[in-house]
Design a protein around this ligand. Structure first.
Ligand SMILES: Cc1cc2nc3c(=O)[nH]c(=O)nc-3n(C[C@H](O)[C@H](O)[C@H](O)COP(=O)(O)O)c2cc1C
Length: 197
């Protein structure tokens, strides 16, 4: 049976819960799925495909980007999917990403305040701003990418992080995870990763 690694990075637990839901949905389709924090992953040799999730923490979590860059040679040999958790996503054109399926939770997407014009603050929460470094770091085996709403607990943050999130990201504390959307993407992954072939 083909085995999928669902690995994640988390600041405050949100992305771990999402990874677990995705792994459950993969398992329901008849493939094996193992959830593991990225720090515990020694290598991906035992797996046929990899799913990596991490939150937006002033850009996609830097350890996720670092991992993609430093493990490119290993990751390029198997299909890869990435997911990002975030609190703000401004409606914007998607960057060029041929051959990569992009899913965005439509409940997370907010149109720009001025129709047709991305303002200065909004430019920090566009698809292009978020995805350019990710696409640059990712191996050519990247098949699918998803954006999900996360959860924000201000009381867990250092004051300067809270200030950044409120003022720049414009995110309000709360729960934005859309479980049906997350689970539907998880269920679609075996097809997106071509596990049947
Ligand atoms: C310091 C900090 C920076 C953040 N930056 C962004 C950001 O740029 N864009 C965004 O949409 N959300 C941002 N967020 C919100 C997180 O992505 C969101 O809360 C996520 O669900 C956290 O996941 P975790 O609990 O797995 O760490 C930020 C949160 C923190 C604490």
């Amino acid at each position: 049976m083909k085995k999928v690694l669902v690995t994640y990075i988390t600041h405050s637990g949100t992305t771990r819960d999402v990874a677990e839901a995705i792994a459950e949905e993969i398992a329901k389709t008849g493939f094996e799925a193992q959830v593991m924090e990225l720090g515990a992953v020694k290598n991906t040799n035992d797996f046929d495909a990899v799913v990596l999730g991490a939150p937006m923490i002033i850009g996609w979590h830097r350890n996720a980007l670092k991992y993609l860059k430093s493990h490119k040679a290993e990751l390029v040999t198997k299909p890869l999917a990435l997911f990002l958790t975030a609190m703000s996503l401004t409606e914007s054109p998607k960057p060029k990403m041929p051959g990569i399926d992009l899913h965005t939770d439509q409940k997370l997407v907010v149109p720009p305040q001025k129709p047709g014009h991305i303002g200065f603050k909004e430019s920090f929460t566009t698809l292009k701003h978020y995805l350019t470094p990710v696409l640059k770091a990712a191996p050519t085996s990247l098949k699918a990418l998803a954006f999900f709403g996360g959860r924000l607990d201000m009381y867990r943050l250092k004051w300067y992080d809270a200030l950044f999130v409120m003022l720049v990201v414009g995110a309000k504390p709360g729960e934005k995870r859309n479980w049906p959307d997350i689970r539907a993407w998880g269920a679609s992954l075996p097809a997106l990763l071509k596990l049947d072939e």
